[in-house]
Design a binder for this molecule. Structure first.
Ligand SMILES: C[S@@+](CC[C@H](N)C(=O)[O-])C[C@H]1O[C@@H](n2cnc3c(N)ncnc32)[C@H](O)[C@@H]1O
Length: 340
């Protein structure tokens, strides 16, 4: 008997079951189709052309649904033996929703602190010191820290004597902020909330300085950036400053849909200069500085504070999205705006 007879018998008597978990990224549809096709071909359980069309339509629906809810959702493909005439396999496609707060809760449970570094950003301190000189002392200033995390910036500012309102999405961090503020009797109010939630309301025209550090990397799109800038305009006093950072594509680089979706997955949500311009359109705010964050912080942080964390240099230079590029076409930048 020749070998192909045996192969047919082996394929007929091979039963496969298993599960694949992959990021819920719609732009990866073709890659996922190739993977699944190759996997099933390998076991001699090839999909028919009709089955491939059906698989593709199920896959794209779930990818779009899961990604719309969160870029951290996972696609789950489960397969097991069945009576299906072609592959002899049945499968289900679902997704598990991921969230930033769950992932940070997991960081708190599993990672050694400090999670984001133990030194305030050099650019935050420089901006704060300028305002402090201008207003005759730190005690005259009110600061809003949006997405304050573990208080890496909020605590040093409060220790200098200014009043800090620290808005934070992740409940585990809000608790940490409250505990340290109470223990040290610092002028910090920790507020649990999402800056993008229309129901999150702070007092208008209140702050001299608002900061938002390493937060827009979790945003979904330029509309959310606009909402952030509009809220900063509402909360700042006239002449107040808003310092934030964001990943920007180099001017000569037009990001693809895949680049943008992968940047969201990698906590490095990508914006273009056009996105920034349209987010600022008709808002009473103007950009007064825009510079490379990595270069600024490397040059100005004390040597013992560099790098802030083990992941910081790769992340801020865009290598979490483009791991194979020596010089990725995106970078994290400081943007300083003035409320007019
Ligand atoms: C990478 S951490 C940075 C923390 C801090 N700003 C720092 O630089 O050390 C990002 C923080 O932003 C918070 N965050 C993300 N999206 C937010 C939102 N929409 N509103 C408020 N906080 C948010 C997260 O919970 C997390 O604490």
């Amino acid at each position: 008997m020749n070998e192909s007879n045996f192969l047919t018998l082996i394929h007929r008597n091979t039963f496969i079951r298993g599960e694949l978990e992959m990021p819920c990224i719609p732009a990866l549809l073709d890659l996922y189709m190739d993977r699944l096709k190759t996997l099933f071909d390998t076991f001699g359980k090839s999909f028919s052309p009709d089955e491939l069309v059906h698989l593709r339509s199920l896959l794209i629906d779930k990818l779009i649904e899961g990604f719309r809810i969160s870029p951290l959702s996972k696609l789950i493909f489960r397969y097991e033996p069945s009576q299906s005439p072609n592959t002899g396999i049945s499968y289900t496609i679902t997704y598990a929703i991921g969230s930033i707060t769950d992932q940070y809760k997991n960081w708190v449970a599993t990672k050694e602190p400090p999670l984001f570094g133990n030194h305030a950003d050099a650019k935050v301190m420089e901006t704060f010191n300028q305002l402090s000189d201008q207003f005759g002392g730190a005690g005259q200033l009110k600061v809003l820290d949006i997405g304050a995390g573990t208080g890496r910036n909020a605590f040093p500012l409060a220790r200098l004597g200014c009043e800090v309102h620290a808005l934070e999405l992740t409940p585990a961090f809000v608790e940490q902020l409250q505990t340290v503020a109470q223990n040290e009797n610092l002028p910090i109010s920790a507020i649990a909330g999402d800056i993008l939630d229309p129901l999150t309301r702070l007092k208008p025209f209140t702050y001299n300085l608002a900061i938002c550090c390493e937060v827009t990397s979790h945003f979904r799109d330029a509309d959310q950036l606009r909402l952030l800038l509009a809220k900063a305009c509402d909360y700042l006093q006239h002449g107040g400053l808003f310092l934030f950072n964001l990943f920007v594509a180099n001017e000569d680089y037009q990001p693809s849909t895949l680049d943008r979706q992968m940047s969201e997955l990698s906590w490095s949500t990508l914006f273009t200069y056009q996105d920034i311009d349209s987010a600022l359109d008709n808002l009473p705010m103007e950009i007064i500085a825009n510079e490379s964050l990595l270069e600024f912080e490397r040059a100005h942080l004390p040597p013992e504070a560099w790098p802030p964390t083990g992941w910081f240099e790769n992340w801020s230079s865009g290598r979490d999205v483009f791991p194979l590029e020596e010089k990725p076409p995106i970078q994290l930048r400081w943007v300083l705006c003035k409320r007019v």
